[in-house]
Design a binder for this molecule. Structure first.
Ligand SMILES: *Cc1c(COP(=O)(O)O)cnc(C)c1O
Length: 314
């Protein structure tokens, strides 16, 4: 992520040409539902829109980070990671952002089956997938074992799911976990975030803040193939909508306090310190103000999502 992506974006091709010779609708559809990755076609105007949206989010992240100056004690040292949430969007959208000029690598998905398909059809070696959706125990082994390029699982909220992810990562084809986990330091464990239910709503996934340290300790002690990367929250939507960078957000305050408690109880510091994954389209600037290390932005980049039944991978 860097500010100079703005200088390399190309404008969409002149739209006047389409008025003289519009492509028949059937032909347009064909280009989207093509099943061969090498033939995956990307509409230049769609690509231009996506690149412009991503660039604008990147610019806003940089501005939000800069406005933290002088950095408060909780301000992260590293640049904030932007996970582009591509759930229910076609693989061609992902490829459009992974290609030059943006070369984006971090993408987030919510459904195991959809992620599996996308990880198979997208002809790219170095996409870093984040699984951010509600996790079912019976999908954990498949997720950890079969998704090429899986970089992190962000929605771990029980010991059972952690254990099954650990097992699945161990069953990966030899050499694959190394090449696809993208650790620069030779650590080939699967990164996981513990999802915390910071809003106290029963319908929300996530572990209770008071139980978070226990689950974190379990992962560190009993799951040798997992690396505890941080904590994640979604937060109450109503509260998110009211969030501005001036007004704090209770969910973000809660996640930060939970992280501080966990680090203290587990004696984590320095390189072992935990990240905060918080902030979405409606509230990522507010999350950055609260010390977020990673924001997960979907609709501001990709637009409104289709209903799940109508979503197409390719
Ligand atoms: C869908 C989703 C996002 C992105 O939401 P937008 O509001 O579209 O930015 C982020 N995090 C999680 C866990 C999600 O399910």
């Amino acid at each position: 992520m860097s500010a100079d992506t703005t200088t390399t974006t190309t404008p969409p091709p002149a739209t006047t040409t389409t008025t003289t010779n519009p492509a028949p609708p059937s032909q347009q559809e064909e280009s989207i539902s093509s099943s061969s990755p090498s033939e995956m076609s990307i509409s230049p105007s769609r690509a231009a829109t996506l690149i412009s949206n991503l660039t604008s989010v990147t610019t806003r992240i940089i501005a939000a980070t800069a406005s933290l100056d002088p950095a408060p004690p909780t301000h992260p040292k590293n640049p904030i990671r932007l996970v582009a949430v591509s759930k229910l969007k076609p693989a061609s959208d992902i490829l459009a952002l992974h290609n030059p000029p943006t070369l984006h690598v971090h993408f987030g998905e919510n459904y195991v089956q959809e992620l599996l398909e996308k990880s198979r059809v997208i002809p790219a070696e170095n996409i870093r997938w984040h699984f951010i959706g509600g996790l079912q125990s019976n999908k954990c082994v498949t997720l950890a074992r079969d998704v090429k390029g899986l970089w992190a699982v962000e929605s771990v909220d029980t010991e059972k799911k952690a254990t099954l992810l650990d097992k699945g990562w161990g069953e990966r084809e030899r050499g694959e976990s190394n090449s696809s986990s993208h650790h620069d330091d030779g650590d080939d464990r699967l990164r996981v975030f513990v999802q915390v239910n910071t809003s106290g709503e029963e319908s929300k996934a996530g572990v209770d803040p008071a139980q978070t340290a226990k689950l974190c300790a379990f992962i560190r002690e009993k799951c040798p193939r997992l690396k505890l990367q941080g904590l994640m929250t979604i937060g109450a939507i109503a509260r998110s909508k009211a969030t501005t960078s001036e007004a704090g957000n209770e969910d973000f305050v809660c996640l930060r306090n939970t992280r501080d408690t966990v680090c203290k109880e587990l004696g984590l510091e320095g390189d072992e310190e935990l990240e905060l994954s918080m902030g979405m389209s409606e509230d990522f600037e507010g999350a950055i103000a609260m010390g977020s290390n990673e924001v997960r932005v979907g609709s501001t980049i990709f637009g409104e999502r289709p209903p799940k039944a109508q979503a197409k991978v390719v």
